[in-house]
Design a protein. Structure first.
Length: 616
């Protein structure tokens, strides 16, 4: 059982405040604690009920724990601590899996029944908190990160379909991981594990009928959204340690700041700016919002050298290939914020819920196609002669127009998949060596892809696209990024837009409440128009990017040419086809790089991970 201790130590950055393990002849449970509610020793874990039958290890927060505690006390349950962990444990003892429907929060937890020698393992509705597991004929392992499971000396065979998916999307969607033997528990699911038997159950899916809000007109729906969001933010202000909010200067984080500052007059807000990259810098908007709501505002103004200095920290923390390059920004923002606070509120989730991305505007235009869309299709050959990249406004518009025109020719599922990723399927396939291609089961990949796209019909609706974002992009990219990079710095990030009451309400609204030809996130923007500074409106959406293209041509050039993507390493490794990687390198240096930097970053992340966890 020595592994339980080393696996727990592997997660020390997630929980720097306390750790403990429980070991008996059958079971080992380990926990690292980031103390937020009831910071006394009474809140430490593993925690046991008064009869010492049930033990819990729990990651996350239950925001309605005080109401639940009151309910339990009225039922005769007495408590030793004021922690939400003890409430969760006792609620499970009373209600078993039905407890999940009552929880408002984010979580992954395991409850061990010592008498029956069974495990109950659950993950929150939207996958805000991670949960990985391995089940085979002689063991059941689980953890918040892969690095804990690796400590058990598991079989590290790379799953070829996961690798192929990763080369397209830059992340690996649940329930799969980079290893064939390890799975991710899906959001809104729980496991029941007993001797040599495992059952997976779904306890929550986003309700998708429009019925609940049919009686509300647009103005009433705006008021209802404001009310639900304010309740959600208020719930998430509960903390026994310093709490602040991320403030990027976009509408989403500004809404959260506006609502939080109303209930917390001394709110501390945090943003990062890019001194060398004015195209990506949004601190003037963040400062404006902070002044408007009188928050105690801190800007971390970064140079490109500051960003570059943290690349190795980020690569070193990743225990599975994950190549959303904005993880670098989130890492630095979390690291700096942690010097002032242990909890931060964030605006994540609003874009996926309310159609805030370029691809949503593009999909909306295709669903409601007119003469302008057909004209772009006709102009595609001309557009393709122009430079495409993300590094300046003009070439980025050309890149987007070509992506739009190409997407228009595809069926709804293929269009979504292409717009969700960075590489087309044939391009990703060409990167694989002959031996990797032989291991890849194309039918297995196809069935996984179909499962990820199951909500999208041939005549797609915006609702179907947003549902797919909520099940694919949000948990596997956006929330993974925020959880990994914040927890690498011992910071908890709370996401008020993902309160299930907010989500359920938004999904009950018609599409035209969310988007039309002139505005995205329509109902959110309109609901807070009187609350937010006027200057936030009619400004371009920037995104949270890093200047990879420039770096790959300068400071990081040797990483590509002489190190991780060198011919020597690629040929010795045997996973990739060097000729295809050489093509990417040539395109990187050309006048038409397109999205090549994102694909190269995906390869660099994979190589760095492979060197640490497979080669060594």
């Amino acid at each position: 059982m020595i592994h339980v201790t080393t696996a727990t130590i592997a997660l020390q950055k997630r929980g720097p405040d306390f750790h403990d393990v429980y070991i008996d002849e059958f079971v080992g449970l380990g926990h690292r604690r980031l103390s937020i509610i009831d910071t006394s020793t009474a809140g430490n874990q593993p925690m046991w009920d008064s009869a010492k039958r049930y033990g819990i290890v729990f990651n996350g927060e239950i925001f309605n724990y005080q109401e639940l505690k009151k309910e339990l006390e009225e039922d005769g349950v007495s408590f030793k601590s004021s922690s939400d962990t003890e409430v969760l444990l006792n609620l499970y003892i009373r209600e078993k899996e039905n407890c999940l429907k009552k929880l408002n929060g984010f979580f992954s937890f395991c409850i061990y029944d010592k008498l029956e020698q069974t495990f109950f393992v659950a993950r929150d509705r939207y996958g805000i908190k991670p949960l990985l597991y391995l089940f085979d004929e002689d063991k059941f392992l689980f953890g918040s990160e892969m690095k804990a499971i690796i400590e058990y000396g598991i079989d590290k065979e790379i799953d070829p379909s996961s690798l192929f998916t990763y080369l397209q999307l830059n992340y690996i969607p649940a329930p799969n991981t980079i290893f064939s033997s390890v799975k991710k528990l899906m959001p809104g699911h729980y496991l029941k594990v007993s001797y040599k038997k495992i059952e997976t159950h779904c306890y929550y899916t986003i309700p998708t009928s429009h019925n609940t809000s049919e009686s509300l007109n647009y103005d009433q729906a705006k008021e209802k959204l404001k009310e639900l969001l304010e309740d959600s933010v208020q719930r998430r202000l509960i903390s026994d340690v310093p709490l602040g909010a991320f403030l990027s200067g976009g509408v989403d984080s500004s809404v959260i700041t506006a609502l939080a500052s109303k209930h917390k007059p001394d709110l501390h807000t945090f943003s990062i700016g890019f001194r060398d990259e004015k195209f990506f810098d949004e601190t003037n908007y963040a400062n404006l919002v902070a002044t408007y709501f009188k928050t105690d505002h801190t800007v971390f103004s970064l140079t490109n050298n500051d960003l570059l200095a943290h690349i190795n920290d980020v690569l070193d923390y990743l225990d599975e290939p994950f190549a959303d390059s904005s993880a670098l920004n989130v890492y630095i923002l979390s690291k700096e914020t942690r010097k002032h606070a242990t909890v931060a509120l964030s605006g994540d989730g609003a874009d996926e819920l309310l159609a805030g991305y370029n691809k949503h505007a593009a999909a909306h235009r295709i669903i409601n196609k007119g003469w302008q869309e057909n004209l772009i299709g006709l102009l595609t050959p001309v557009l393709k002669t122009l430079p495409q990249s993300r590094s300046n406004s003009f070439s980025n518009k050309i890149r987007q127009a070509i992506r739009f025109a190409e997407g228009m020719k595809l069926d709804s599922k293929e269009r979504y998949w292409q717009w969700a990723g960075f590489a087309k399927e044939p391009d990703a396939y060409s990167l694989l060596s002959e031996s990797t291609k032989q291991k890849l089961d194309r039918l297995e990949f196809k069935s996984r892809k179909e499962e990820q796209l199951k909500f999208i019909s041939s005549k797609e609706t915006l609702q179907e696209i947003l549902l797919t974002d909520m099940s694919l992009v949000l948990p596997n990219d956006m929330l993974t990024k925020v959880d990994l990079m914040s927890m690498a710095n011992g910071l908890e990030v709370r996401v008020p837009f993902l309160d299930y009451q907010v989500v359920d309400f938004i999904f009950s609204l018609p599409d035209d409440f969310k988007i039309n030809r002139s505005i995205r996130k329509r109902i959110l923007q309109d609901a807070f128009r009187e609350v937010l500074p006027r200057e936030l409106y009619n400004r371009p959406k920037k995104g949270f990017e890093v200047p990879l293209l420039k770096w790959f041509r300068t400071e990081l050039k040797s990483l590509i040419l002489d190190d991780l993507l060198s011919e020597k390493m690629i040929r010795e490794q045997g996973i990739f086809e060097y000729a295809a990687i050489e093509k990417l390198k040539l395109q990187l240096m050309s006048s038409n790089p397109q999205d090549i930097h994102a694909r190269l970053w995906g390869l660099i992340v994979f190589q760095s991970w492979w060197r640490k966890y497979i080669k060594n």
